[in-house]
Write a protein that binds this ligand. Sequence first.
Ligand code: NCD
Length: 331
Amino acid sequence: MRPLQHVLGIAEISREQIEYLLQLGQPFVDLSRRPVKKAPTLRGKTVINLFFENSTRTRTSFELAGKRLSADVINISASTSATKKGESLLDTGHTLAAMQPDVLVIRDSRAGACHFLADFLENTAVVNAGDGAHEHPTQILTDLLTLKQAWGDIEGRTITIVGDIAHSRVARSHLLAAAKMGYKVRLVAPKTLLPVRIERFGCKVFNDFDAAIPGSDALYMLRVQSERLQSACFFPSIREYHEAYGLNMQRLDAAGNHTVVLHPGPMNRGVEIASDVADGARSRILDQVENGVAVRMAVLTALCGGQAEPKKRARKKEQAMAAQKAQRKLL
Ligand code: NCD
C-alpha cells in the first residue's frame, strides 16, 4: 500500500488506504473506553489544529486524538489567529511549518485551502478537516467505521443522504467514497438544494423523500448549511421543509427495523430530524461522534508513521513556486 502523505480528500486516497485506516481505527475505540486513555504512539510529535470555521465535534476529536496518542497539540481558531490582522493563508502556513509540526489539520471555508497548503509545506502532513462545500474526508471515515460496526460489510448497501446536498462537503465526499468502496448512494433534496447533473456521480436522485425510503439501509440526514446559502429562498419555510424532508418516526418505520440513522452534527432538531428519531434506538449519531475520535487517531498515526517522499515534495514545491512567479508576472 502507498503510504499516506496527506489526507486531503477521499478523491486522493485509495480503497486500500481507506480500509487500512478503518482497521487501524477500531482498536482506538477500545482505547478511548479504557480508564486510562493514553498510548505513547505519537510521543515527540506535534499536531497543529488550524480552524477557520466553527466546529465542535471535528475540532475536539482531533484534539483528543492527538492527546490520547501523546502528541503535543496546539489549537488555533480564526478569532485568535493573525489572519485577523491580514496575514495570508500561505504566510500562516509557512509560519506554522517553520515551527516544525508533524501534522497540520485545517478547516477553512475556501475549497482547496488544504491542497494549496500541502503544496508548499515540505515536512508537514496536511489533513483536511473540511474545506468549504468541497470535501470532509475524516467525517466519511468516521461514518464508514460506524456502518462497518453496524453491518460488518458496507459493499452493496444503500445509504440515502437527505437534505442540503448542494452545500454539503459530507455528501460530496460520500459520493467519491461510494464509488471506491462499492456502496450505493441515493440523494434526496428539493431541486433548489441539488447540484446540477449530480447523477453523473452514479447516484439515484429523488425530490420525494418517501419514494427513496424503501430499500435504504441507512438514512443520513444533513443540516441545511445556512452559513453557505446566498439567499433565504431555497425552500418556503422551516415547517414545510420538515414536512417534506425531515426524518420522523413514521418515515423511519417505513424504512424498516434494520435501517440506521446517521447525522454528522450539528443537528437542528425539528428541521431535518425529529427528536424521537435522533434519540431513538436506530440512531447511530453518538456512535459517529465516538468513532470520530478513533478515526482521527488512526489518521494521525498513519501520517506520522508513513514514509515521507522528500524528493517528490521538493519537486512539487518548485512547480508551485514557478506557478506563483508566473502569476506575479501577469499581474
Ligand atoms: C459537518 C461539516 O462541518 O461539514 N459537520 C461536522 O463536521 N461534524 C456538517 C455540518 O456542519 O452540518
